[in-house]
Design a protein around this ligand. Structure first.
Ligand code: HEM
Length: 223
């Protein structure tokens, strides 16, 4: 393939990856909103209602397929772009580290791997139970009765710590991902970039702190 051809295809990789990433960022807002209902102090009633709505809504079923496709596309392209960047780096990795790219952008692949491992653990905790691949636990009455399963999982300090540490890395990943998506779409006008960076930082902090409050609540406050 010609040099120009490769540059074009790696640009389109970046574009598709940013689109998938943007969709995942919207999913996180919706998932956080539902999960914060866990803190309502009503024994999971509102949370169960929200989950039941999501599980029985045919539109959400389609969104779920898109979501998993989004994750897979985003992960595969992330690895391809990282491998390509490593190969085409004209200098040793250590020298490249001293360039002016921020720590957030340099470590996207590392934070991405941590989030991927978290996702495998997380799907094992809940999603695979929903599919019937694993038995229900925590006294749950059905594979859709998530509240007792969330309580048992997040009252376990090992899981609570794994979740919170993962959310910190998720925050770092999102901080860079947010502005990077704008750049990939060519919307990185000098005038708006500072505002985009601020919004990205706020988004990342809200997601990381918002999700972390949930294991902290079950670990220390829930009786
Ligand atoms: C304390 C924080 C979290 C809690 C309590 C939680 C809880 C749950 C529960 C109960 C489910 C099963 C319900 C269902 O499948 O619809 C689920 C599914 C899922 N979660 Fe989480 N989650 C948390 C954080 C996250 C984060 C940070 C991510 C992504 C990085 C994530 C990604 C997913 C995915 C991809 C699914 C399957 C989606 C689906 O079935 O539509 N979760 N989560």
């Amino acid at each position: 393939m010609s040099k120009k051809g490769f540059r074009l295809s790696s640009l389109s990789h970046k574009y598709v990856m940013a689109a998938a990433g943007a969709f995942l960022m919207l999913f996180l807002i919706s998932h956080l909103t539902t999960n914060l209902l866990l803190l309502a102090g009503d024994g999971g009633e509102k949370f169960d209602q929200a989950v039941e709505f999501l599980l029985t809504n045919p539109v959400i079923k389609i969104v779920e397929y898109v979501l998993f496709a989004g994750f897979i596309i985003h992960i595969i392209l992330g690895v391809i772009i990282e491998l390509h960047n490593r190969k085409s780096r004209p200098v040793g990795y250590k020298v490249a580290l001293k360039s002016d790219t921020s720590a957030f952008s340099r470590f996207m692949i590392h934070s991405g791997i941590i989030i991927f491992i978290f996702l495998l653990i997380h799907l094992y905790n809940f999603f695979f139970v929903k599919l019937g691949l694993f038995p229900v636990y925590g006294g749950a009455e059905s594979s859709h009765d998530f509240f007792p399963m969330v309580v048992v999982t997040l009252q376990n300090p090992v899981y609570a710590i794994i979740y919170i540490v993962s959310f910190v890395f998720l925050g770092f990943h999102l901080k860079h991902a947010f502005q990077s998506a704008f750049q990939s779409f060519g919307l990185n006008h000098d005038k708006y970039m500072p505002a985009i960076k601020v919004v990205g930082t706020i988004y990342a902090v809200v997601i990381a702190v918002g999700f972390s409050i949930i294991p902290l609540y079950f670990l220390f406050l829930y009786k």
